[in-house]
Write a protein that binds this ligand. Structure first.
Ligand SMILES: [Zn+2]
Ligand SMILES: [Zn+2]
Length: 244
């Protein structure tokens, strides 16, 4: 598992708990022939560190055309206003989770969990439906609606040099009532992600998994842990312990 810098050619981890701020989910830059796409933006507690990591990689953040938010949680979206205001990128998320973000919903955005107030954030473009290909400068990203952790969660993937890179972010969960999680949808989404046969998994909180068999093992382990929780009728709480 690696925690910073180059994930693979043109894919970079620029933020995360060990990189920018302990509360931040991982954030990534994908370079499409000079057009930069950012995936998630951290809490916004230390966006300057994410910004300086982008510079350190030799990129100009003004070339970020699009910031994709994978779901409505504060640790993924809090930094979004900083990047849009400073660099003019458009913000994009699934329409279902956009409602909580645009309202600044204290509970549904998990702002309560982080003990912060979240200002309502306008979304520039809302994804609708179940999946599509987003073209960016000669290539692009596929997005998939993967409900479960939240109703409007998405995952993304792109193929580079014969390898499939999956941005799974909070695919692991947790599954909680007050996030409007749905364990049945979550299981279906995880099975769908297994079917992508990704070679590299960029996870929102647990780092980078590769090669393919490690990605498979990780997803299956999440499914096993969840089914054990269900079996003992114990409501899932907190982050999964992935050492099981
Ligand atoms: Zn998260
Ligand atoms: Zn989340």
């Amino acid at each position: 598992m690696r925690w910073r810098g180059v994930v693979t050619d043109g894919v970079y981890m620029v933020g995360g708990p060990d990189i920018s701020n302990v509360g931040d989910a991982a954030s990534f830059i994908v370079d499409f022939n000079g057009e930069l796409i950012m995936i998630d933006s951290g809490t916004g507690f230390k966006p300057q560190i994410i910004e300086s990591n982008i510079h350190e990689l030799g990129f100009d953040p003004h070339n970020i055309s699009t910031l994709i938010l994978t779901h409505c949680h504060f640790d993924h979206i809090g930094g979004a206003p900083y990047f849009r205001e400073k660099y003019g990128c458009r913000i994009l998320t699934h329409e279902i989770d956009s409602v909580a973000i645009e309202r600044g919903d204290y509970i549904k955005t998990a702002a309560k969990w982080h003990n912060v107030k979240l200002e309502p954030l306008e979304i520039d473009e809302k994804l609708t439906g179940e999946s599509a290909f987003m073209p960016f400068n000669g290539d692009g990203l596929h997005w998939l609606h993967t409900p479960g952790h939240t109703p409007g969660s998405i995952c993304l993937y792109t193929d580079r040099g014969g390898r499939r890179i999956l941005f799974g972010q909070d695919m692991h969960g947790p599954v909680k009532k007050y996030y409007r999680s749905d364990v049945n949808q979550w299981e279906k989404s995880m099975e769908m992600l297994l079917g992508l046969e990704a070679d590299i998994l960029c996870e929102g909180h647990y780092g980078i998994f590769e090669p393919k068999d490690k990605v498979v093992r990780y997803i299956k382990r999440c499914l096993r842990i969840q089914s054990r929780r269900e079996a003992v009728n114990h409501p899932p709480d907190g982050w999964y312990r992935l050492t099981d």
